[in-house]
Design a binder for this molecule. Structure first.
Ligand code: ASP
Length: 581
């Protein structure tokens, strides 16, 4: 038997017991007549003691030969510690070692296995198995397990069934490129890895499963943005005989349950906002509502004076920075430079200082008087002591720019408290989105999303105005889930494909299976999917999802530990019919 207890288990109540422990050598301290080893496993650290009076010479010698991260088994007696360590659970006791077996030696690790390590990101990823021995990473994985388990508990308790769907499938359009897998047995043909189980979960509804969920890997071959992974995990869900309201209530329940069980925070009813309202008030479809700084649209009060820049803009819009009047001229100039960086792309920024005495001082005083500026202050909700920042230009661009500024300032002002949870449902998303590159409309969510029935008539005349029964759940400025009520009849689905530029044949070739299924009594249905990696990171009060994934890929989509992707041998290419002549 390798062990009677684990390294986090022994307490004062075990004193005098004979025990056996196995684990890794975290630390060795030698005072000559006495030596200590910190023995570590997943559960904690137990101190081992060897002393010249009570330990035989040979054993003392073997202890001195131990190195960091050696794997050992020890047997001995639990004794009371002379100097207790209140910082660890086992701090009242130590083990007077009577026998020691070396189970395996270890090379000196390339970085220290400590909470604060000296290892850089790339090195830690290369030796991720060593990184996982560190508390911060280990605890994150345990945390993730807890979240996943609570998801399963909650959904199972309300009669959801977890069903596995295949990974080797045909393309599911979720807006990204597919990863493809060549088929050896069908030369020249390829499977696609699912971008999501979307069509399968809909088919499970046609199959009468009623309530489905799955904690499932999805694969999207996208240009990697910061903190995205080419493979990621979704909590994928679908329900039958539901309207949007049913879905929102069910998954508001799940989210509340998680935040209560995991964070001990009880949330009241989640606020809701339409997509249009979110764009108008925050310039963003996933607004962080933990803080204010709402947009004030200024067209009415800033246009038709002599300031040309504003007169020619689609939208003039500002936010008030609390306490921003204290910024020096230099600091404001820096802010202006910040919005003009290519990543943000504003052409400039107008600002108004709201002085303590109720007067205003702006960068455009030549064009606007105190009355005008008072109007701006009212529209942006600025108080004396604030700074109003105003951008102008093409509506969607200027909204994105001001939203970026709002988030940046909130970060700088410490308004994004990770202990606070501010959920928000965003509803009534547009069905279609204009794509400049392809000069075509794309499904904003995916092609299976149902248009609002009253808007179907607009599909021909004003496709951009058609709203969908689609919703996102936003938490602290992050989209943590999104879904929709689906189309469940063949005609509407065919109409959608047609509007997305598929010919009838193309639609049939790619999605014939779904359209066929819709002819066999498809029930009304809808669903949602949560991004588990991001959800776990937010509940854990952290920003990077990589810290919550056991073996993540780096920013170029590589696994630096196993060194993938990698070329494959010619024979293998040959077998797959992929060999280039
Ligand atoms: N399949 C969708 C997605 O991955 C979610 C859904 O509509 O349920 O975003």
């Amino acid at each position: 038997m390798y062990r009677t207890h684990h390294c986090g288990e022994l307490r004062a109540s075990h004193i005098n017991q004979k025990v056996t422990l196995s684990g890794w050598v975290q630390k060795f301290r030698d005072k000559g007549f006495v030596a200590w080893v910190d023995l570590r496993d997943r559960y904690g650290i137990t101190q081992l003691v060897f002393d010249a009076d009570r330990t035989d010479k040979e054993l003392m010698k073997s202890a001195r030969n131990l190195g960091r991260e050696f794997v050992v088994q020890v047997s001995g007696t639990v004794i009371e510690r002379a100097s207790k360590n209140p910082n660890i659970d086992t701090g009242d006791i130590e083990i007077l070692v009577e026998s020691l077996t070396l189970l395996n030696s270890a090379k000196v690790p390339p970085f220290t296995i400590e909470d604060d390590t000296d290892g850089g990101e790339e090195l830690r990823m290369k030796y991720r198995y060593l990184d996982i021995r560190r508390n911060p990473v280990k605890n994150n994985l345990i945390f993730r397990h807890k979240v996943a388990q609570e998801v399963r508990n909650y959904l199972s308790s309300i009669e959801f069934i977890e069903v596995e769907t295949p990974y080797l499938i045909k393309s599911t359009p979720e807006g990204a490129r597919d990863f493809v897998v060549p088929s050896r047995m069908n030369e020249g043909q390829f499977y696609a890895l699912p971008q999501s189980p979307q069509t399968f979960k809909q088919l499970l509804m046609v199959g009468g499963m009623d309530k489905y969920f799955q904690i499932v890997k999805c694969f999207r071959d996208e240009d990697l943005r910061a903190d995205r992974q080419p493979e990621f995990t979704q909590i994928d869900c679908e329900m039958t005989f539901v309207e949007q309201e049913d879905i929102l209530n069910t998954f508001e329940g799940l989210t509340k349950h998680l935040i209560k069980e995991i964070n001990g925070v009880e949330l009241s009813e989640f606020p809701r906002m339409t997509f249009d309202e979110a764009m108008k008030r925050y310039g963003n479809d996933k607004p962080d509502i933990r803080f204010g700084m709402e947009f004030g649209e200024l067209n009415d009060v800033a246009q038709h004076k002599d300031f040309k820049v504003f007169n020619t803009a689609d939208l003039v819009v500002g936010i008030a920075i609390p306490g921003g009047n204290s910024y020096s001229r230099k600091e404001i100039d820096k802010l202006i430079d910040w919005v003009k960086r290519p990543q943000i792309g504003a052409l400039g920024m107008v600002y108004v200082r709201c002085n303590e005495d109720g007067t205003y001082k702006s960068s455009v005083d030549k064009f606007y008087d105190q009355n005008d500026l008072a109007n701006w202050a009212e529209k942006t909700g600025a108080n004396s002591g604030d700074l109003i920042c105003v951008l102008s230009g093409q509506t969607s661009k200027v909204r994105a720019q001001l939203s970026a500024l709002r988030m940046e300032l909130a970060e700088r002002l410490g308004l994004r408290n990770p202990k606070e949870f501010a959920p928000l449902w965003v509803t009534d998303f547009p069905l279609l989105e204009w794509d400049e590159d392809t000069q075509r409309y794309h499904a904003m969510h995916h092609p299976f999303t149902a248009p609002k029935p009253e808007d179907i008539k607009l599909l021909d005349t004003d496709p951009g105005a058609v709203k969908a029964n689609a919703y996102d759940l936003v938490l602290n400025g992050n989209e943590i889930g999104g879904g929709s009520i689906r189309i469940h009849d063949k005609e509407t689905q065919a109409l959608m494909f047609n509007h997305l530029g598929f010919t009838e044949e193309e639609a049939k070739a790619q999605f014939g299976f779904l359209m066929n299924a819709f002819e066999y009594g498809a029930p009304p249905h809808g669903g949602i999917a949560f991004g588990l990696d991001r959800l776990v990171a937010i509940l854990g009060g952290q920003e990077t999802i990589r810290d919550f994934i056991a073996f993540p890929k780096n920013n170029s989509g590589r696994d630096v530990m196993i060194d993938a992707p990698a070329p494959i041998a010619n024979d293998q290419l040959d077998e797959l019919g992929l060999k280039t002549k």
